[in-house]
Design a protein around this ligand. Structure first.
Ligand SMILES: *Cc1c(COP(=O)(O)O)cnc(C)c1O
Length: 401
């Protein structure tokens, strides 16, 4: 493996982290110090191919020069003024996002969970404004993931997340994506104001929503004025081969949330509103101190302007390439997902696969029991094919199982 000189690491970072940082992460045993594009180096100078992009956050890889120079220039001009004033970068980003998404207005937050909180508040207020009280229930899908706040955890229909933090926000009901009859029943209930889902569940295991679910959802939402709220926090920003995944599925959501890939590596979240919901929030009803930060939004605008249709086609082609190579590998049981958001069910336990991949210089992720790949959208073909060849060898390696 090639080595590279990296900035010296001052102390035993792993020990200090374990002592001083809240014990919420089971980290991989690597201290990363430097990155460039789809390559990243650890404190010992070992080089890795990055197939996680900071959990779908870095669409143009690590330390992309164009994005970094736009952000630096904005930092030197105006880094933060609060939402008491108009600023140019967030305004231009909102315009570009609306044009890209076919939506009408944007609220900027700092994370996916906050974007979803805003979406939930908006859905409830829309319903209250239109129908009065009692129609506040939001239906979400089993296995989904919507964030770590108390309310977005309540929206997260995974029992494991509901054990320790009672009581949760009320007004959520869960549906199994395969059970269209139950979906139809729930969306016909008088107390339901919205359906919230990911078109491909990321944290839940890279599970694509079945076509019958999408068809029923589109039909019943339109029929009953139930808002369709699509969580594109992981699928958005071009990840699945269209800018938002719903654009490849012919859906017309009322609210869309975005975060992870939107900022090119800096924290940002956004809730996008369609015609029905664009004027629901009025001054004083919602806000964020850091939201729409000029440096972050200037960088996001740069990323968005480079996420062209041509670039999206390339994301689709790279996804197809990975799928075709991995589907025929002897260590593969199944491949799910679209574009550069893929899950591979492997014969070997995913923990063993990730460990051996690390040793061989490839950083990947898991989602439930699957190997999850979320490379940078601009990963060079030669780097991608090298990583895929290593994955095929590792998942098919029965001797070290
Ligand atoms: C990551 C994720 C979130 C939460 O985003 P944070 O920025 O961690 O708050 C919400 N929804 C989906 C689909 C996600 O993948």
């Amino acid at each position: 493996m090639e080595t590279e000189t990296t900035a010296p690491v001052k102390a035993n970072i792993k020990e200090l982290d374990l002592r001083y940082i809240a014990n919420t992460y089971a980290r991989f045993p690597i201290v990363l110090t430097k990155g460039k594009g789809s390559l990243v180096w650890d404190e010992g100078g070992k080089e890795y191919i990055d197939l996680g992009s900071g959990i779908a956050v870095n669409p143009f890889g690590l330390c992309d020069e164009e994005w970094a120079s736009v952000v630096s220039a904005q930092l030197g001009q105006l880094q933060h003024v609060s939402n008491l004033y108009y600023t140019e970068p967030s305004t231009l980003l909102a315009e570009a996002l609306c044009e890209k998404a076919g939506m009408s207005r944007v609220f900027f937050a700092n994370s996916g969970a906050e974007a979803n909180e805003c979406a939930i508040k908006t859905a409830r207020k829309y319903s209250r404004d239109t129908y009065g009280e009692g129609r506040h229930t939001i239906v979400t899908v089993s296995g989904g993931f919507h964030g770590r706040t108390i309310t977005t955890l309540a929206a997260t229909a995974q029992p494991g997340f509901h054990e320790h933090f009672m009581p949760f926000t009320e007004g959520f009901e869960y549906v199994d994506a395969a059970n269209t009859a139950d979906l139809e029943r729930l969306l016909s209930q008088k107390n339901v104001c919205a359906l919230m889902f990911e078109t491909i569940q990321g944290e839940g295991g890279v599970n694509c929503m079945p076509q019958a679910f999408l068809d029923t959802a589109a039909k019943l939402c339109a029929q009953n004025d139930v808002l369709m709220l699509i969580d594109e926090v992981q699928t958005g920003g071009g990840r699945t081969g269209t800018y938002f995944s719903y654009q490849g599925l012919g859906l017309k959501p009322d609210i869309v949330t975005s975060a992870k890939g939107l900022g090119g590596g800096l924290p940002i979240g956004a809730a996008l509103f369609g015609e029905k919901t664009k004027d629901v929030l009025t001054p004083g009803l919602h806000g964020s101190t850091f939201g729409a930060n000029p440096a972050v939004t200037a960088g996001a605008l740069n990323i968005l302007s480079r996420t062209t249709d041509e670039f999206m086609d390339d994301v689709g082609k790279k996804g197809q390439y990975i799928i075709s190579k991995l589907e025929s590998a002897s260590g593969t049981l199944s491949v799910s997902g679209r574009g550069l958001m893929l899950g591979i069910e492997t014969k070997r336990p995913v923990g063993d696969v990730l460990k051996e991949l690390r040793e061989r210089g490839v950083l990947a992720l898991s989602a439930k029991s699957k190997l999850r790949l979320l490379p940078s959208l601009n990963i060079p073909w030669d780097v991608l094919s090298k990583a895929v060849d290593i994955i095929i060898e590792v998942i098919s390696n029965e001797t070290s199982a």
